[in-house]
Design a protein around this ligand. Structure first.
Ligand code: HEC
Length: 122
């Protein structure tokens, strides 16, 4: 009987934890809303501009590439856009974050609207 009580308390605790996590996610985190239904036409001009923005203006590829620090942070072969840069407590962040893989291999299932939402709202 004691074991049933203990299991009951554990289940109750887990239920409370799930409820608290759900409330935190719903209340404390910003709600960016659904991704817009958009389709961006891939023209040669847009791809060229994106290349310019990603590599020279916003330096997306600087964070989002796997780099070799012994070569002054030069992207490793095959690591361009594949993610890897680490951000952690040393930069004053609460945890560890890694710049993700943003190659078409990883983002192939993302809609244009989902990409737009990620880039404009974080
Ligand atoms: C200062 C470093 C830095 C730069 C510059 C940067 N990012 Fe990121 N990006 C990150 C980090 C770190 C994450 C992961 C955040 C997380 O895990 O919550 C991320 C996440 C993303 C994601 C979400 C991927 C996923 O799988 O969830 C996309 C898409 C993205 N970045 C695209 C871009 C683009 C496009 C640019 C340039 C306009 C850019 N990033 C510039 C650091 C950077």
């Amino acid at each position: 009987m004691k074991a049933v009580k203990v299991i009951g308390f554990i289940l109750l605790g887990l239920l409370g934890l799930v409820g608290a996590t759900g409330t935190y996610v719903k209340v404390a985190l910003p709600d960016t809303g659904p991704a817009p239904q958009i389709k961006i036409e891939r023209t040669a001009e847009r791809i060229k501009r994106g290349d310019y923005l990603a590599n020279h203006v916003s330096v997306c590829m600087d964070c989002h590439s796997t780099k070799d620090e012994s070569l002054y942070g030069r992207p490793v072969v095959g690591g361009f856009g594949a993610g890897g840069e680490k951000f952690d407590q040393q930069q004053g962040l609460p945890g560890k974050f890694y710049a993700s893989n943003i190659t078409p291999y990883k983002l192939t299932s993302w809609t244009d609207g989902e990409l737009f939402r990620a880039l404009t709202t974080g």
